[in-house]
Design a protein around this ligand. Structure first.
Ligand SMILES: Cc1ncc(COP(=O)(O)O)c(C=O)c1O
Length: 422
């Protein structure tokens, strides 16, 4: 993390003290570094080099309209998975010829909406969906440009809930049926089969599954061409992992398990697969979400109480699973650090929220800096799959979001009030 780091004992987002933001805007609060996510995006762009390519930001990771607008202004494409995300992408200014519409269960009205807006590609995941796309395109007197999502049965070695490329997963067309699906698609009216789409999972922490997938894609494109099906587009999906352990350093912070530190840089993953994929001379699209937004965001939360049960010490904070679901949903790890380091003393605690669920925790049996009631903590690497998964459960208004650019701070989503619960 470069734009979110300690300056002496104070955690900063760019040139702003996170403690000041908590004071001014209250907690829980999402804070994003504009320069961090733009840099992440440009790193991927640069890594893809000169050939025909596009980095399509996956809106599912973080769909704040201000963030989307900035990415659109920097010429990103968009990967959307619903009519709602398509609406947000169009509103933010993403040009339709840079938008890919994926999703395993698209509704007819969503397909119609995408076709009417002339999106670049519908990434189709099944034969019945293909038939529906053809019918809708015919009715609208248009042609649907389609990429077929193939499930290559490759293990992303990620959490089972975010592994999508195994034959047991619901996503894509099974590899053994892929050739038949392409042949069928090529026979359908109002459908133009342009490409192949793959996405084997998220938070993938080694290059190997990506390389295997690239090899699969290249072989398959050759087979398609040998059968007379001309493919000129590869959408290689997203999935590049980010560092959740030891995301931030300070001599006063406990060191986290180094076993999780060896994560390839997204640019290195691209360097490993791009030459292979380019050998097909197809245009190359990526759909990264996490690798653009995750390390650009933190969730600030204030310690409400310290409770010692005799068996355990609980740090009870004012954010909960309604504000950041990942720990409860996937047992996901987020480093948690005080915004102001006042002591180098460490202790073993559970960091829990106020929600009436035992699964409402941010950390269990975690060695952390000793904190007290009123202290503000930063839950790190929370910029992706954070705010998008917030809810009103337990009657909780959603938190605010602010964007930092150097010394400037802009509220990009107002904190909800009780009225918003109605
Ligand atoms: C089809 C598709 N593309 C792209 C992404 C973005 O993945 P990530 O945020 O891991 O880069 C996802 C997320 O699961 C996805 O399902």
């Amino acid at each position: 993390m470069t734009h979110i780091c300690y300056k002496e004992n104070n955690l900063c987002c760019e040139d702003v003290l996170l403690a000041d933001l908590a004071e001014e805007y209250g907690t829980p609060l999402y804070v994003y570094s504009k320069n961090q996510f733009l840099e992440n995006f440009h790193t991927l762009e640069t890594a893809l080099g000169e050939g025909d390519h596009r980095v399509c930001y996956a809106l599912k990771a973080n769909a704040n309209p201000a963030i989307l607008k900035l990415l659109a202004e920097h010429n990103a494409g968009a990967d959307v998975v619903s009519g709602g995300e398509l609406f947000l992408a169009l509103k933010a200014g993403f040009s339709p010829d840079r938008i890919a519409f994926a999703g395993v269960g698209k509704r007819e009205d969503e397909i119609e909406y995408a076709l009417k807006n002339n999106v670049a590609f519908l990434n189709v995941e099944s034969i019945p969906e293909l038939q529906l796309v053809s019918r809708v395109a015919l009715r609208l007197n248009t042609t649907a440009r389609v990429a077929l999502r193939i499930n290559p049965d490759i293990d992303a070695q990620s959490h089972p809930y975010i592994t999508t490329g195994l034959s047991e997963n619901k996503f894509g067309i099974a590899a053994p049926k892929a050739m038949e699906a392409f042949t069928y698609a090529a026979s359908l009216p109002s459908v133009e089969v342009r490409g192949i789409h793959v996405h084997i999972g998220s938070q993938i922490t080694s290059a190997e599954p990506f390389v295997l997938t690239a090899q699969f894609v290249v072989t398959f494109v050759e087979q398609l061409r040998a059968s007379g099906i001309a493919i000129n587009h590869i959408d290689f999906g997203g999935g590049m992992g980010v560092r959740y352990f030891n995301a931030i350093h300070h001599e006063g912070l406990p060191k986290e398990d180094p076993a999780h530190d060896k994560i390839p840089e997204p640019a290195d993953v691209i360097a490993a697969v791009a030459p292979l994929l380019r050998s097909t001379h197809c245009s190359l699209w990526l759909e990264p979400g996490r690798s653009i937004l995750a390390n650009a965001g933190v969730l600030l939360t204030r310690v409400a109480y310290i409770k010692d049960s005799g068996q355990k010490k609980f740090v009870i904070v004012d954010a909960g699973m309604t504000d950041l679901l990942r720990p409860s949903l996937y047992n996901a790890h987020h480093q948690i650090a005080p915004v102001a380091i006042e002591t180098y003393e460490h202790e073993l605690v559970d960091v829990v929220g106020p929600i009436c669920e035992t699964g409402d925790f941010f950390a269990r049996n975690r060695t952390m800096n000793r904190v007290k009631s009123g202290d503000v903590l930063a839950v790190l690497t929370a910029g992706a799959y954070g705010f998008v998964n917030t809810s009103h459960y337990n009657g909780r208004p959603r938190p605010a979001e602010v964007l930092v650019n150097g010394e400037r701070v802009r509220v990009i989503r107002q904190r909800e009030t009780f009225e918003d619960l109605l």
